[in-house]
Write a protein that binds this ligand. Sequence first.
Ligand SMILES: Cc1ncc(COP(=O)(O)O)c(C=O)c1O
Length: 385
Amino acid sequence: MDEETRLIRTGASSTASAKTVNPLIQRGSTVLMPDAASLYDDDQINYGITGLASPAALQTALAELEGASNVTLYPSGLAAITGALLAVLKAGDEILVVDSAYKPTRRFCDRLLGRFGVATTYYDPALTSDQLMALASARTRLILLETPGSLTFDMQDIPAIAAAAKARGILTLIDNTWAAGLYFKPLTHGVTLSVQALTKYVGGHSDCFMGSVATCDPTIAKALDDAMWDIGWSVSADDAYTMLRGLRTMATRLPRHHENGLAVARWLQQRPEVARVLHPALPDDPGHVLWKRDFTGACGLFGVVLKPAPEKAVHAFLNALRLFGLGFSWGGYESLAIHCDPQLHSRSFPVELEGPLLRLHIGLEAPADLIIDLERGFAALNSQA
Ligand SMILES: Cc1ncc(COP(=O)(O)O)c(C=O)c1O
C-alpha cells in the first residue's frame, strides 16, 4: 500500500492495552460495524451520538445514584429540563410550573413552549398539594417542581404532590439540582422525572456543563431516548469523563458543603444587618419540617435577606468580598455570591422580603476565612447605608 493509505490505517486498533481504574475516553462520531447486516440493526450502537464508553459509564453511575432504570444526558442542565419537556409534551397540553423555578426554565416555557401550543400556569410554592391539584385541568400533562426553589428556597411537599398528580394521570418533573441526587431521591418519592444540572455538584469544579434526566417509567424512558434522536443532542466523551470523575468524590464533598454552609448561615443569622436566612436545614426555616422529613442533607446554597439597604450598599458589600467570587454557576468547590433582586421581578407571585436578597454558595474553604470575608462585606455595606 502507498504511504498515504498506510498512515490512515496504522495504529487504528481500538483494543485497550491495559486495564485502568476509569473508563476509556472513546472519541467517535463514526462507529465501525462488524458486518453489513449490523448497519441497520437498532439493537447495536451504530452512531457515536448515542454516547460511547464514558457517557455510558456515567449513565450507569447516575442510574445508581437516582435509583433509576434509565438516564439520558444533555449538554447542560437547562437542556435537560427543556429536553425532558420537549420529549413528553404536545400541542394543547398545559403545565403547572412552580413560581420559584430556575429563571431560564420560565423563559423556555414562556417563549418556546408557548409558540408550540403548550400553555404554562405558574403556581405559588406555598400551595398545598390539594390547592395545587385544584389548578389542574383535563389538559394538564405535567407539574414542574423545584425544591428548595431557586433564590427563595421554598420547600414543597413532593411526595404528596407526586401521589396526587399520579392519581390524576399527571406527570411530575423535579429540578433536583440543589440536593444533587444525593440528599433527596425524587423517584423513590413517586416523581416521574428527576432532572439535575450535573454542572453543579456532580462536576463540582466549575469547569464543565451537563444535565441528566432519570426515570423509572419505561414509556417515559422511551420518549426521552426517542427525543435524543429526534432533536440530535449529544454530550462529549471528555465531558462525560469529567462528570464521572466529579461524581466519584461527590458524596465526600457534599457533607462539607452542608457543614460549612450551616456554619456561615448560623453566623449570618446573628448579624444585625440580616433580616432572615433562607436555608431549609435551619430549624426556624418555614420549610424545615419538610426538609427534615424528606432530605438527608443540604448543599452549600442558600439565601440571605438583608434589612432594608440601598442598592449601592448591596453592591459595596459584594464588591468588597475577596474570597467569594461574584458568579452564577454554583456547585463548585469555591464560594460565590450574587444579589438576586433583578431576577425576582419575573415572578408571578410577589415575594415578601424585608430587604434585598443575596444568594451565597458556600464552598470547601474554611468557614472562619469566609466569615472574615463577609465581615469585610458588611463593613462596606454599612459605610454606604
Ligand atoms: C436550579 C438550577 N437548575 C438548572 C440549572 C441549569 O444548569 P446549567 O448551567 O448546566 O444549564 C441551574 C443553573 O444555575 C440551576 O441553578
